[in-house]
Design a protein around this ligand. Structure first.
Ligand SMILES: Cc1cc2nc3c(=O)[nH]c(=O)nc-3n(C[C@H](O)[C@H](O)[C@H](O)COP(=O)(O)OP(=O)(O)OC[C@H]3O[C@@H](n4cnc5c(N)ncnc54)[C@H](O)[C@@H]3O)c2cc1C
Length: 376
């Protein structure tokens, strides 16, 4: 009999996935449809695995980064679908935990139980890298905000039930100053959502339109006009999460190293595999070291998270290109759908959470002490 009390969490997860994945595959195959993703996420929630990295007091398992990476390995090994609750778990939830009122913290349970699915409404048609230029307005009218404007590229925006929205609450203040963060239920009247169709066939993003949307003033997250500071916390979490994503990347390369096609591949392709694996492992260790060296969980010191985000995004593209080269003719014949999907998907990795150029600006300014861009 297994001693579950002393079992490593990743072993427990391995057993759970061995139990739930066969029936998931039997019903959904390898589909990335909303139905497939939410069904998998609910299975994890049922067994208390939505947010293993969160502290135990707020519904997590309090796993350290090493154990998180071990768990990510288990998810990859079992061929699990991606986790649709990721934006609530990795970004919004930790921000609510840090800046929310007691009432708002009730959403944390909604996130772990997957009764609420959260997205982030930050980017706008004219405010992406220059996020502080956002124009969506929220005007106070008695005890309500009235929101008008448009968001774009909202991941899982089509299916989310709630959104952490960035709005301009003081148009007369300088652009970083007059912004607030609000928590919005997406079934509020006046909200229209339109899915964006992508080249890989998916509609992972939505555009969201807000027309005289009334939300109670208690929806304000953190102090009024302090949304920029609140957002920087969220983006900090987003970049810190690439540490565990680097671990997944190393696993992906490791899997490719066992691909029977590699034995008959060219020497240069085999060399690329070992280089990529080394790079992915180095990146994981760099992330682990920098997390361990900081007292606050999930917080990376200085511009380290930007270095890791930059390195991860480039590496993930190189790994996808490697897998496509390994697939060779099978790719064009439609015989390696996963390699094709990952090649198309990887093109986006240098954009969210700060583009390559923006990361380089941050590293230059914060780590190297170079002069700031005059326009910012
Ligand atoms: C996979 C994915 C998921 C996303 N999910 C979300 C989400 O959930 N919520 C959300 O709000 N947004 C999301 N986004 C949007 C994302 O945050 C923006 O696309 C990103 O911030 C870039 O903004 P932009 O697209 O407007 O490009 P722009 O800011 O217009 O940039 C265009 C080009 O100019 C470069 N550039 C811009 N400014 C500078 C500068 N100062 N110096 C040098 N070069 C510069 C950029 O690097 C880029 O190459 C997502 C995007 C992707 C790809």
């Amino acid at each position: 009999m297994i001693d579950t009390a002393n079992k490593r969490p990743s072993y427990e997860l391995r057993e759970l996935l061995a139990e739930i994945m066969p029936s998931h595959r039997a019903t959904h195959g390898k589909s990335n449809s909303y139905e497939a993703l939410i069904s998998f996420q609910r299975q994890l929630a049922k067994h208390g695995w939505t947010a293993p990295a969160w502290p135990i007091e707020i519904g997590g398992r309090g796993l350290d980064v090493t154990e998180q990476i071990a768990c990510d390995t288990e998810f990859a090994r079992a061929g699990c679908p991606r986790q649709i609750a990721v934006y609530g778990v990795n970004n919004v939830g930790p921000t609510i935990a840090a800046a929310g009122t007691d009432e708002q913290k009730k959403h944390l349970l909604g996130i772990t139980s997957v009764s609420e699915l959260w997205c982030q409404g930050f980017s706008e048609p004219d405010a992406g890298s220059d996020l502080a230029g956002l124009a969506t307005r929220a005007d106070l009218d008695g005890d309500h905000f009235v929101i008008n404007g448009q968001k774009v590229w909202t991941s899982i925006g089509t299916w989310a039930t709630h959104c952490m929205l960035l709005v301009r609450t003081d148009p007369s203040a300088s652009k970083h100053k007059g912004i607030s963060a609000v928590l919005v239920a997406l079934d509020t009247p006046g909200i229209t959502r339109r899915p964006i169709k992508q080249i890989n066939g998916e509609s992972e993003f939505a555009e969201m339109f807000f027309d005289d949307v009334r939300v109670p003033s208690t929806a304000l997250l953190g102090p009024l006009h302090e949304g920029w500071r609140v957002t920087m916390t969220t983006l900090g979490f987003e970049r810190a999460n690439v540490v565990s994503m680097a671990g997944q990347l190393a696993d992906e390369v490791l899997e490719a190293l066992h691909d029977p096609r590699l034995a008959s591949a060219s020497a240069s392709l085999r060399q690329r595999a070992t280089h990529l694996y080394t790079d992915a492992r180095n990146l994981t260790w760099l992330g682990q070291r920098s997390l361990a060296s900081d007292s606050a969980p999930n917080a990376l010191p200085g511009g380290t998270s930007s270095i890791i985000k930059l390195a991860w995004s480039k590496l993930s593209q190189h790994v996808a290109e490697f897998r496509a080269d390994l697939a060779g003719m099978a790719l064009t014949a439609g015989g390696d759908v996963e390699a094709e999907f990952s090649l198309l998907q990887s093109r986006a990795s240098t954009i969210p959470g700060g583009t390559t150029e923006v990361m380089k600006n941050i590293i230059g300014e914060r780590n190297l002490g170079l002069p700031r861009e005059p326009s910012r």
